[in-house]
Design a protein around this ligand. Structure first.
Ligand code: ZN
Length: 105
């Protein structure tokens, strides 16, 4: 299923790492899946990214029962997933802007 892109607002400054493959600055992307908004982080060049973190209630998420994601929590979760790679150098981080607009959306 193709992603439908939506505009999301990043509520605070988020530090995310550069793409592990090409070094390009990654970006938050607002997505919509089955009418629910969500977010993922993706490299605009080689399109590797996190899976979509969709807002709403989950029976199970990462071994926890009954987890609910607001958009802000989904953004934090996507950032954690994207940043949680083995990269040795702090300089791999880039600070990205507060607001993200998607040209596709
Ligand atoms: Zn890349």
């Amino acid at each position: 299923m193709d992603d439908e892109y939506i505009t999301i607002e990043i509520p605070e400054w988020k530090r995310i790492k550069k793409c592990p493959f090409c070094g390009t600055n990654a970006a938050f992307k607002g997505v919509k899946t089955y009418f629910k908004p969500g977010v993922k982080i993706e490299c605009p060049k080689c399109h590797v990214g996190t899976s979509r973190i969709i807002t709403g209630r989950y029976m199970f998420y990462k071994g926890k029962k009954d987890v609910t994601f607001t958009m802000e929590q989904a953004i934090n979760e996507a950032a954690d997933i994207w940043n949680n790679r083995v990269l040795e150098d702090e300089e791999e981080y880039e600070t990205i802007s507060i607001k993200v607009r998607d040209s596709n959306g």
